[in-house]
Design a protein around this ligand. Sequence first.
Ligand code: COA
Ligand code: MG
Length: 284
Amino acid sequence: MTFAPRSWLFVPADSEKKIAKGLASAADAVILDLEDAVAPDRKAEARAMLPDLVPRSRAGGPSLWVRINPLDHPDMAQDVGVAIAIGADGVVLPKAQGGSDIASLAKLIDLRGGGMMQIHAVATETAASLFQLGSYGGSPRLAALSWGAEDLSAALGASAKTGADGGLSFTYRMARSLTLAGAVAAGVQPVETLYADFRDEAGLVAMARAARREGFTGMLAIHPAQVDPINAAFTPDEAEIAHARRVVAAFAADPQAGTVGLDGRMLDRPHLKQAEALLARAER
Ligand code: COA
Ligand code: MG
């Protein structure tokens, strides 16, 4: 995987001010949202104004994505058309229900002449979606999977997402873990969900670090203040890079070995793979 934005910043697609702010931010990817962030009677207007609000040349800025409406929504095909018209790098598909949805969307993008356009699927927003998280392999357009708890809890008829201890209930933690494994199995980027309390930086950082330790390589954001902390949390620091270099060097010094010792600890091939992945991320 060569493409892995650390921060994916949502921007309501009907707000000229926020679009300008998002595109000028340090987000690795900006998602112009035509789904939940825009009221139904403003969607047509948002689509009409996007081509004027998004500059043609965006060299050096965030990669550009459009969150379209779900596959069964009457506006969906028009949303894809706008994404192509503004030269977006990809579309974010909400309420995705498995690999067959990605195939349908990819076919539509082909028909519309969408070039290299990629797909990021939000993969846990319906009850049925939870049974399809292992089905995402094999689409060259698919770049990332993320998950969401809000729509899932509404779909399940839940009155709360958290248990008595304040943490996410098992259902949501399961959805999150299956998204992580499903993304890695499909060879695409696993993306952590958003942290809604945008004034709580400490809480955001704790969540982002935990996600990275588990294998997520990026996270959704809803406010520009979340971008820097997320970018930092998903960037390998000097100590990690130095350690990874020593792991690679230890194996390079003994190419036939399945295991080597470093600082009194055993390292085997999975450690080498981890170290190489970390160095590849650090290089970007
Ligand atoms: N993208 C770009 N700019 C944003 C932004 C975003 N997601 N969220 C806030 N801003 C801007 C505001 O317009 C404001 O600009 P100003 O200083 O020029 O007035 C500045 O950042 C500070 O915003 P703040 O006052 O702290 O927040 P707010 O009350 O204006 O907005 C939200 C709060 C939640 C409505 C806003 O963050 C937002 O729209 N988030 C994205 C929502 C979304 O897309 N949801 C769909 C995915 S779940
Ligand atoms: Mg939603």
